[in-house]
Write a protein that binds this ligand. Structure first.
Ligand code: ADP
Ligand code: NA
Ligand code: MG
Length: 383
């Protein structure tokens, strides 16, 4: 058996919780930095957790003292704290990677140097209506106004349909550092989970993601009706993008498949990712298993990243009432082949990710048919 180091995790939400599930199965102690009783801590009983925030310097220092390798379930962490503790503990992926990636504009400027195709974009410096109107002239309408930082689940995006939308767009995203992106007319959104190890860059197959109100709703693994050549090309693009960053672990790469079948990067995350949840049931090694193995330099057979059965993942998102996610889960209990994951985050708020369901089957058609009644239930409960 390997000499098991302690893993420190910045963030104890659902992604941290699923990382802890993987650690638990390998007898690895995971020390979580987050609020008391956060979802990840609830399933891991020992005295190594740290109470506080991944944005607090002192709390990060304290976590560093208690572990040998440190990682994060979220990119919005204090990377200056990580830089400081990197001399004491291994930080995976590197603080440099997290720092660049957490600012989406810097992320894209960095990736541009590596020839990664992306939607044309412009930085805003003054955030004035005049400046944005000028950018609108250059990029055309519609365009997407985006926050450079702290953006997730569409919170940070505003679709600007015409010059008339500019005041509302700036008002909605006011006081945030901004950039604007040319509209991407995609026919499908694709995603690939990439696993960077000490000497390899591996990838899971290409999946199809469906966003509703800019929040991931459904994931189809593998992507439906996408030729094998595009599946391979998307994996290659994702690996190339992730290779531009230092450090080990899982990275989630979101892409657009355009009308002419060309691919464009949407954004990349330096962590395990919602588009990879299907791997828990769909693959021999989940993205969480692979992340832990990668940061601990344990073997990851490439074969274990292949899809064993077509899978569909449905997010359970906070709906009209505080318990609608529980009603969805209850319904899922009777769905054949449905695996239920509730995150134990307490009361739901509209748009908050409360859990997910994965159905696997011999064919994609069968998996789609089995999950459809649940999709209908979730649609009815939408806030
Ligand atoms: P987030 O961090 O919120 O996920 P993304 O950049 O991934 O931010 O944007 C969320 C969603 O908004 C994307 O999945 C896509 O559906 C849509 N989107 C983002 N950028 C563009 C764009 N340039 N053109 C068209 N749609 C976009
Ligand atoms: Na994001
Ligand atoms: Mg996204």
């Amino acid at each position: 058996m390997w000499n098991s180091p302690k893993v420190g995790i910045l963030g104890g939400g659902q992604l941290g919780r699923m990382l802890v599930e993987s650690c638990n199965r390998l007898n690895i102690q995971a020390n979580v930095l987050d609020a008391e009783n956060s979802p990840a801590k609830q399933i891991s009983f020992h005295d190594g957790h740290v109470t506080g925030s991944f944005k607090e310097r002192e709390a990060v220092r304290q976590l560093a003292k208690s572990c040998d390798v440190m990682t994060a379930e979220i990119e919005h962490v204090d990377t200056y704290a990580l830089e400081e503790v990197a001399s004491e503990v291994r930080v995976e992926p590197s603080w440099q990677a997290i720092r660049t990636i957490q600012n989406k504009f810097n992320q894209k400027e960095h990736l541009r140097k590596y020839g990664i195709p992306m939607a044309d974009h412009r930085e805003l410096v003054e955030n004035t209506p005049e400046e944005l109107a000028q950018v609108g002239e250059q990029l055309g309408y519609p365009m997407m106004l985006k926050s450079k930082t702290m953006a997730y689940d569409g919170r940070g995006n505003f679709r600007v349909n015409s010059k008339a939308d500019i005041p509302e767009a700036l008002d909605t995203l006011k006081d945030r550092p901004l950039y604007a992106e040319k509209w991407a007319y995609f026919k499908m959104e694709l995603a690939v989970m990439v696993i960077k190890t000490k000497d390899e860059v591996l990838s899971y197959p290409t999946v199809e993601t469906v966003q509703e109100d800019s929040i991931c709703k459904l994931v189809y693994a593998p992507a439906r009706n996408v030729p094998e050549a595009i599946n391979k090309e998307a994996q290659a693009l994702a690996r190339k993008a992730v290779s531009a960053f230092e450090g080990k672990g899982a990275f989630g790469v979101e892409m657009f498949l355009l009308e002419d079948n060309s691919l464009m990067l949407c954004e990349l995350a330096s962590r395990i990712h919602n588009s990879g949840h299907y791997t828990i049931e769909g693959c021999a090694l989940s993205q969480f298993d692979s992340h832990i193995r990668a940061i601990m330099d344990l073997p990851i057979p490439a074969k274990s990243l292949e899809i064993r059965q077509p899978s569909v993942m449905l997010n359970i998102i906070g709906g009209a009432t505080p318990d609608s996610h529980l009603k969805a889960a209850e319904h899922a209990l009777s769905i054949p082949n449905a695996s239920i994951h509730l995150y134990s985050k307490g009361a739901a708020k509209p748009g908050r990710k409360m859990g997910h369901i994965t159905v696997t089957a011999a064919t994609m058609h069968e998996a789609e048919t089995m999950i459809q009644p649940l999709v209908d239930v979730v649609d009815e409960m939408r806030a």
